[in-house]
Design a protein around this ligand. Sequence first.
Ligand SMILES: [Cu+2]
Length: 270
Amino acid sequence: MGKFWAVFFTLTSVIIFIVSWMSPAMQWWFPGDHKAYSTLGGKIDDLFYLILVIVSVTFVGTSAALGYALWKGAAIRPDEKVWFSHGSHSLEVIWTIVPSAILLFIALYQLDVWAEYRMKAVAKEMSSASRPMIAVAEVTARQFEWRIRYPANGKTLKPTPQPDDVYTVNELHVPTGALVSITLRTDDVQHAFFVPELRVKQDAVPGKMIPVWFDATAPRSYELLCAELCGWGHYKMKAVLVAQSEDDFDAWKEEASARQFDDGYRQPAE
Ligand SMILES: [Cu+2]
């Protein structure tokens, strides 16, 4: 019977390993069609795969050790004395140092991507005229929707609302390909701005205005979700991020502005 469990647990590990390795190819892990639609997103995926390799090697090693121990244990005759081991100093040292070294390696390896994510590395690019950063809107999360405030065409985003600002709810428009930034706020509790296909995620913290940047590489719609359990209606805190060409973006904003400031009065036909 003991051997059955040794085989059972080893086989389970093998199946888990195969399913996990198939997952990226089967598109079970990443949302949408599996591609990252931002320049930084690809680098974030690479980090993910690096960690996948590390945990896979660890998993295979520990599973093999588990299978071996179970098999050896099952093979012991009933009259044979079992051997207990406890408190190996060298083992303790090894399994403290090895994971620490791996963690340190990951921490150092991801520094560049993190710096870019936190805007430091793009600061230079931002200041250059070739690819300026566009402060596209202020996004305010609240229970349970996203309120978005854009500056009027030709104006820059101000920290306080302006009379000609354009407003939308649950619909964030940005120009495709451009480096765009939003200012993230919350009106009530903590929320999180999450666009899975762009690999962008940032908490909205009460009392803070947090800049978030990204570039959407394809002109299409993306899901914008709240990734922080923020109350009973958290599940419906879903919006759409529309990436469109700069001309379309300007035209859309012009139209949204006209609609917003229209008082409904029509000139009678002459
Ligand atoms: Cu929320």
